[in-house]
Design a protein around this ligand. Structure first.
Ligand code: GDG
Length: 490
């Protein structure tokens, strides 16, 4: 059953009463940065914050996160708090400051060089470094202190986000047992054989089982988690009830497929500014009479960007009748650029784009346009609306919100989504053209299928996709988790 923003607000009021809700994540939903002498507020490219901001706008409360913008300190009060969003403040952001050393060890090091590749099967091996692990524990403690400072010894619901904070729930509950905690793991959970290589795997499981509720996007990740606990800990794992009892405490493990604010995206996509941007894009890149394909990603090696470029290359070789008739835009924000693997990825993407363009371009046409920068949401929307097809080719992805944003933007009920089987989203969006990003020939055929799909079929499929996303929207995701959390305490 779908849920509106107003219904979620009501549900939160009924279920939580006057017990406060705290969200804790590494990434903040709003970043303040200097633009000359002015302070500008930016929305980061992160699925997690994009998904949770509408929830907090609806519920109010406190969001604790790392203050990462160079002007973040300029706008906070003496408790490091600022009201957000800036145009219509509806909740409080409390910022935590990290030293460079802490950021390196906890964020770049343990979170993104160990846990991220450990949990994604994308054939990038994790690096485990004891100094990073020590820093990870220290920063988790720092977040714990901020939560305890906000909640004192009162009852509260704490909703913890993601793999940066695996130790948090146990740390805060040891000090304040009246806290009820849920944690959502936004990335896949691998099978036990893959997970057991982590030297501190048991400590991570011990930390996560401090939660009352643990959520993953899909049932498959829940099952992998239960199997991992069974392999590594002395715990009672109940597959039927999907719960673990460990050290006398029970943790429920449940799937909650995350989503987007379907109606807000659909409304914004219809704004005249977006339509104006669509025209500007068409003029600037001369796409009027051409097929337009798009890929929008945080530039990450799990997103299969080189794989899609290779498929596009294959498509152009196999079907030369499309030379001069198709433009593919690869858009996206560089991410984690201080990590070597990400530098390599950026170089690889650049080389591939250069190679493809060199091979096929003419004086007045280039097949691939790479825009590697942070683009405003209205521009992304304009591209979403213009595209004949959108490619999401992740090698492994918890959910993938880009796919759901594309579908939500298509108020014209047109456009084809080409989607990797290895995303959580593929479980729901089965009217997409599903692909294996490693199978280059099949992938190239899928591009042809998308381009040549008859309009009635495109419309029928997009209609069904839109029904799915409208139904399973972000408010339903939040409502399901908060209801479950509150029921544990009632
Ligand atoms: C993790 C999981 C899960 C991209 N470039 C720009 C920009 N974006 C936005 C997209 C989208 C978001 O970034 C990326 O979301 P994803 O879901 O694709 O991926 P992750 O960041 O890896 O998120 C993922 C998600 O958590 C939620 O649970 O779905 O599986 O890996 O919203 O539109 N946004 C702006 N400028 C850009 O240039 N403004």
């Amino acid at each position: 059953m779908s849920l509106t923003k107003e219904e979620l607000q009501e549900l939160v009021r009924n279920k939580l009463g006057n017990r406060p809700l705290l969200v804790v994540s590494n990434r903040e939903p709003y970043i303040h940065v200097f633009a000359g002498s002015q302070v500008r507020c930016q929305v980061p490219a992160s699925g997690l914050t994009v998904a949770l901001d509408p929830v907090m706008r609806a519920c109010g409360g406190i969001w604790i996160a790392h203050g990462s913008g160079n002007a973040d300190r300029e706008v906070v009060d003496e408790k490091n708090r600022v009201a957000v969003p800036p145009q219509e403040p509806s909740y409080t952001l409390r910022r935590i400051w990290l030293s460079k050393e802490e950021e390196e060890g906890y964020y770049l090091g343990f979170s993104n060089e160990a846990l991220w590749p450990l949990c994604h099967i994308a054939y990038t091996p994790p690096t485990f470094d004891e100094a990073h692990w020590n820093m990870y524990q220290r920063v988790n403690r720092k977040f714990a202190e901020a939560v305890l400072d906000e909640t004192e010894d009162n009852e509260a619901f704490v909703f913890i986000q993601d793999y940066h904070l695996a130790l948090l729930s146990r740390m805060i509950k040891e000090k304040n047992p009246r806290l009820v905690t849920a944690q959502f793991w936004h990335i896949p959970w691998p099978n036990p054989e893959a997970f057991r290589i982590c030297p501190w795997g048991r400590e991570i499981l011990h930390g996560l089982l401090g939660n009352d509720l643990l959520g993953f996007h899909i049932r498959y990740h829940c099952d992998n988690f239960l199997d991992t606990v069974r392999l590594l800990l002395e715990a009672r794992v109940d597959r039927e009830r999907s719960q673990v009892t460990y050290g006398g405490k029970t943790t429920l493990v449940r799937p909650y497929p995350i989503s987007v604010d379907f109606h807000r995206i659909a409304q914004e996509a219809a704004r005249p500014e977006v339509e104006k941007e669509m025209e500007q894009i068409q003029q600037r890149w001369d796409t009027g009479d051409k097929f337009v394909g798009i890929g929008i990603d945080r530039l990450d090696y799990t997103k299969g960007i080189p794989h899609r470029l290779k498929a596009l290359d294959k498509f152009l070789t196999k079907y030369p009748e499309y030379l001069g008739r198709i433009v593919f835009f690869q858009l996206g924000e560089p991410s984690r650029v201080h990590i070597k693997r990400y530098k390599e990825l950026n170089a690889e993407i650049e080389d591939l784009v250069e190679e493809i363009n060199w091979k096929y371009e003419s004086d007045e046409w280039k097949p691939v346009i790479l825009l590697r920068e942070h683009l405003p949401p209205s521009t992304l929307m304009a591209f979403n609306r213009l595209a004949d097809f959108c490619i999401v080719s992740s090698l492994h992805d918890g959910m993938n919100l880009v796919a759901k944003e594309f579908v939500s933007s298509r108020i014209d009920e047109d456009g084809v989504l080409i989607l990797s089987h290895f995303t959580g989203a593929a479980r729901e969006l089965n009217e997409a053209v599903l692909i294996n990003p490693y199978a280059t020939d099949e992938f190239a055929e899928a591009i042809k299928t998308a381009i040549e799909m008859p309009p009635e079929q495109r419309q029928a499929r997009m209609r069904k996709l839109r029904q799915v996303v409208a139904q399973n929207n972000i408010y339903r995701w939040a409502g399901d988790i908060i209801s479950q959390l509150a029921d544990l305490k009632s």
